[in-house]
Structures are given as C-alpha cells and as structure tokens.
Ligand binder design. Structure first.
Ligand SMILES: [Zn+2]
Ligand SMILES: [Zn+2]
Length: 163
C-alpha cells in the first residue's frame, strides 16, 4: 500500500528489491514489497506508518466549521522518566503507572487548554486512563492544536458526536 501523499505520484514500472525481505517490489522506487508493507503497516514508497497517514488525510478533509469527537492518545514515555524504564515492570505495576500518568496528563492538559485559551473550544467528553486516551469534542483546526499539547502522542478516530 501507498500512503495518501505517495499515491498521488507516478513511479517507474521497473522492479526493485524489498529492503526487508529482498523480494520484488512493484517499482524500482519502492523500498518495500506489498507483503512487507502490509505486515509492517508502512508505505511501500516512503515507509511512513499507513494507519497514521490515513488518519491525517481524513483529518485534512474534515469540514473545518464542524465539531467532531477525537481520540487523544497519551504519550506515556513523556512521563516515564529514564530510571523507570526498567524492563522488569509487571503488568500490574505498568497499569498502575499508566493510570498515574493519565491523571498527570489530564491535569496538565486542562492547564494547557487554559493557557492556550482553548477551554471553551475543547470539551473533554471522557477520560479512559487504562487505554491512555481521552475523548475530546472540537473542530479539526482546534484538534490540530491539541496535537501539540505536551504529552500527546497522536489524535485519531474522528466521528460525529451522535455516533
Ligand atoms: Zn518484503
Ligand atoms: Zn508514502
């Protein structure tokens, strides 16, 4: 698969070799074969993450005046300090940690909204600490801003509030 920007371009009809498995690619310009592209969820040409690229494309096409629900994923590594990065953490401990980080994120996020004067523009609908996510309701332009808030990993899943 090609990501939306790469699918706009034309590519040579020759054959290349896949950087992952060495088998044939659909064009000499491609880095991945179709199978590896699917397996890794990466664009055959630029190797960007396909799911993320598709979400970004969808975000671009949303009606700018309408509000949607967005899933804001928390970047736990933003809170997990180096000394906590031990590989021996139990699942229990990790979940507990994640809930703490989520609580930290939520208060910081609300402070950030106040600082950026976005409090009235962003409605926090629900908080899903175990999933490391919060659901917000706003326009796509505001969602683009929210993407830059500290501790945000990504924004995805845009749907109408009724859905
Ligand atoms: Zn391959
Ligand atoms: Zn691409």
């Amino acid at each position: 698969m090609l990501c939306p920007p790469c699918s706009q371009s034309m590519y040579t009809a020759d054959i290349g070799s896949c950087k992952e498995c060495g088998s044939f690619t659909s064009s000499g310009a491609f880095k991945l074969c179709r199978l590896c592209s699917n397996r890794l969820d990466q664009c055959e040409h630029c190797r960007c993450n396909l799911t993320k690229a598709a979400e970004e494309e969808r975000l671009k096409q949303l009606d700018p005046s309408r509000k949607f629900k967005f899933l804001v994923s928390i970047n736990f590594d933003h809170y997990r300090k180096t000394e906590q990065k031990s590989s021996h953490t139990s699942r229990e401990k990790m979940l507990k940690e994640n809930r703490e980080f989520a609580a930290q994120f939520q208060s910081e996020f609300k402070a950030w909204l106040r600082k950026k004067r976005l409090v009235r523009k962003v409605q926090v609908l629900s908080e899903l600490p175990n999933l490391g996510m919060i659901v917000v309701y706003c326009t796509k332009d505001v969602a683009e801003k929210v993407k830059k808030a500290p501790g945000v990993a990504s924004i995805s899943g845009f749907f109408d509030k009724s859905a």
